[in-house]
Ligand binder design. Structure first.
Ligand SMILES: C[S@@+](CC[C@H](N)C(=O)[O-])C[C@H]1O[C@@H](n2cnc3c(N)ncnc32)[C@H](O)[C@@H]1O
Length: 194
C-alpha cells in the first residue's frame, strides 16, 4: 500500500519489529478481560503486531486484526502461529472505515486515533457489545493535534452508551517523555438501533 501511514509504519516495523513483539498487552484490556464474552467476534483496530489480538483470541474470541501495515500483520501472524492461536488479519485503512452493522461483540482500539472510526464502531458493535479504547490525549496547554484526543472527547463521542469506565493514565517513558492516555470502557445499549 502506498498510503503515507503504510509507508511510515512499515518502515518502523521493519526496523523495530522485535521491540514491538516484546510490548506488553494493554492493561485495561487485561483488567476487563474476565467480563468479556468467551465466544463471538472481536475487532482489534490498528492492531500492530497483534499483541492484544492474541489475548482476545486466547480468551476464545474470533479476532479480526486490522492495520494499515502489512509488515506488522505479518509479524502478528507469525506470533499467532507460535502461540497456537488463530487471528484473522487484513490490511485496512481506518481513515475510511466501514464494517457490517452489528457484527462484533468486542472492539478494542489502543494507541491509535482516527475519529472516522467512532460512528463506524458504533454501528459495527452488536447491542450489548463492548468497546475498550485507550489512546493519547492532548495535555492541557499543548496545541491540538490530529492524533491526540481532546480531554473528554471519548466520553462525549460515546455518551449515549453505558460508560463502564472512563479515566486517564499517566505514561512516563523517561524523564523527557511524559504522556497521558484517555481510557474508555463502554457498552452499546441493548436497545440501540444502530
Ligand atoms: C502505536 S501503534 C499501536 C498498535 C497496537 N494497537 C498497540 O497498541 O500495540 C499504531 C498503529 O496504527 C496503525 N495505523 C496507522 N495509520 C493507520 C490507518 N490509517 N489505518 C489503519 N491502521 C493505521 C499503524 O500501522 C500502527 O500499527
Amino acid at each position: 500500500m502506498n498510503h503515507p501511514d503504510a509507508v511510515k509504519w512499515n518502515g518502523r516495523y521493519t526496523q523495530e519489529g522485535q521491540k514491538w513483539l516484546h510490548s506488553k498487552a494493554n492493561a485495561l484490556l487485561a483488567a476487563y478481560l474476565p467480563q468479556l464474552p468467551r465466544q463471538g467476534m472481536a475487532l482489534d483496530a490498528a492492531a500492530g503486531v497483534g499483541t492484544n489480538s492474541m489475548v482476545l483470541a486466547a480468551h476464545g474470541l474470533h479476532v479480526v486484526a486490522l492495520d494499515i501495515s502489512e509488515v506488522a500483520l505479518r509479524l502478528a501472524q507469525q506470533q499467532a502461529a507460535m502461540r497456537g492461536v488463530m487471528v484473522e488479519t487484513a490490511v485496512y485503512d481506518l481513515s475510511r472505515p466501514w464494517f457490517p452493522p452489528h457484527s462484533f461483540d468486542v472492539i478494542v482500539n489502543f494507541r491509535f486515533l482516527e475519529r472516522a472510526t467512532f460512528p463506524a464502531f458504533q454501528a459495527a458493535l452488536k447491542p450489548g457489545g463492548w468497546l475498550i479504547f485507550e489512546t493519547f490525549i492532548r495535555i492541557p496547554g499543548q496545541a491540538a493535534e490530529t492524533y491526540y484526543l481532546e480531554p473528554g472527547e471519548l466520553e462525549q463521542a460515546f455518551a449515549a452508551w453505558e460508560i463502564v469506565w472512563s479515566g486517564t493514565r499517566e505514561v512516563v517513558r523517561n524523564k523527557f517523555v511524559h504522556k497521558i492516555t484517555a481510557q474508555l470502557v463502554a457498552r452499546k445499549p441493548d436497545s440501540a438501533a444502530s
